[in-house]
Design a protein around this ligand. Sequence first.
Ligand SMILES: CC(C)(COP(=O)(O)OP(=O)(O)OC[C@H]1O[C@@H](n2cnc3c(N)ncnc32)[C@H](O)[C@@H]1OP(=O)(O)O)[C@@H](O)C(=O)NCCC(=O)NCCS
Length: 157
Amino acid sequence: MAWMPRRLETPRLILQPTGEGERSDPAGDALRERVGLPNQWRIVPKALDRVVGLVGFIRWEPDRRCAEIGFGLVQAASGQGLMTEACRAVIDYGFAEMGLSRIEARCQLANLASARVLEKIGMRREGTVRGRVHSKAPEEDFRLYAIERGGRHAADR
Ligand SMILES: CC(C)(COP(=O)(O)OP(=O)(O)OC[C@H]1O[C@@H](n2cnc3c(N)ncnc32)[C@H](O)[C@@H]1OP(=O)(O)O)[C@@H](O)C(=O)NCCC(=O)NCCS
């Protein structure tokens, strides 16, 4: 399915779709190399006007109306609530404009900051799954988080 994300804006951030403009993206390239992230939106703080991270959907199953969010930020930009702000915008977009009814995320067991971001955006921990963070990574256990349209959780039904 052809899909082009659109530019998103939050109070502090521009989420710039990949391919928009021809700017150099060394921070994005380094992050993608390190954690195998998608590259649908570059995270650009308005105050800095340079790329500090990436956010997007690493898996999308239109038949199930389900997608998995993935993200990464350079160390220097962490701890300011920026990823929480970026993820909220992407999740809202997924429910409102991609027709999703469920968004999932996997989080390495030791990644407490990532788990906290997922909790702050309203996701709920559903269990533990085995997998790879990207195709070349070793298999390991991940916590599976999810949120459904309208902020509902599977366990509430
Ligand atoms: C994890 C990551 C996305 C967090 O981004 P961020 O912009 O710093 O996140 P926020 O500031 O929005 O929120 C981080 C939360 O985690 C908390 N936190 C940070 N380090 C923590 C730790 N070691 N233990 C527990 N909580 C921690 C912060 O206190 C904050 O919670 P609070 O607002 O309740 O105080 C970012 O550090 C990152 O990209 N890391 C590398 C790549 C990665 O891990 N990607 C995720 C793969 S699933």
